[in-house]
Write a protein that binds this ligand. Structure first.
Ligand SMILES: NC(=O)c1ccc[n+]([C@@H]2O[C@H](COP(=O)([O-])OP(=O)(O)OC[C@H]3O[C@@H](n4cnc5c(N)ncnc54)[C@H](OP(=O)(O)O)[C@@H]3O)[C@@H](O)[C@H]2O)c1
Length: 197
């Protein structure tokens, strides 16, 4: 199981529009039905993991965004109207244990946003950051940093040109650069400790 953050980002470095919508939602190619490679990406994933802020807009969507994925949400409270099958937890470590316990070998799409990506990076759980650089300028919006620490070490893995003028860039995350949130570098989930792993 790999935990893979994947975000759209404007060519001038914003992951949201000035009004706070995810960057790809403003790209004419996305609006006209192109997927920015997300379909191929999701073929390898069995779960979606995200922060409460990123999750909440889905509750008022006409269409459930993750019909084929197990959904895990990090947040201090379970948002009203959350479907029963969605797993929520206020503790990032406990939620990660639930993700691992449910896992059948597929990858986890860490949808975002930056605070939740940083939370799992700092725990040493984040395997990759995959950016889809969009051919669009916003001039304003939310950046990946500073919520994501600039200490995150990135190693280039691959790139791919996508239809519509976007470019996908995949970086492996340097796990040696992690700043552990209250755990030592050799921390393993309690479930694995109990199993003697
Ligand atoms: N460009 C893209 O592809 C993309 C993808 C995803 C999201 N986004 C954008 O990202 C923005 C949201 O990003 P964000 O970073 O502000 O929010 P977020 O990561 O989606 O959610 C933040 C919330 O998650 C919980 N959380 C995060 N870290 C935690 C920790 N260590 N311990 C406990 N709870 C924790 C907290 O919930 P509580 O407040 O309930 O405690 C926190 O308020 C949205 O505007 C969205 O559109 C863009």
């Amino acid at each position: 199981m790999k935990i893979r953050a994947r975000l759209g980002i404007s060519a001038d470095g914003y992951i949201t529009t000035p009004s706070g919508w995810p960057a790809h939602s403003a790209d004419p190619a996305f609006v006209s039905g192109q997927s920015h490679g997300i379909r191929e990406f999701l073929e390898t994933c069995e779960a979606a993991l995200m922060g409460r802020t990123t999750f909440e807009p889905a509750l008022s969507n006409n269409r459930w965004p993750w019909p084929d994925l197990n959904v895990f949400v990090l947040g201090s409270q379970r948002p009203a109207g959350t479907p029963d099958h969605v797993v929520t937890d206020s503790d990032p470590v406990q939620l990660l244990e639930k993700v691992r316990a449910a896992n059948r070998g597929g990858d986890v799409h860490l949808i975002g946003g930056p605070r939740t990506i940083e939370t799992y990076r700092a725990l040493g759980a984040l395997d990759s950051i995959e950016l889809v650089v969009l051919p669009i300028l916003f001039g304003d919006g939310m950046r990946l940093t500073p919520s994501l620490s600039t200490e995150a070490g990135l190693t280039f893995e691959r790139e791919r040109a996508l239809p519509g003028g976007s470019v996908e860039i995949v970086y492996a995350v340097d796990k040696a650069a992690r700043a552990i949130l209250g755990h030592g570098a050799d921390w393993v989930p309690a479930s694995q400790r109990a199993a003697g792993a």
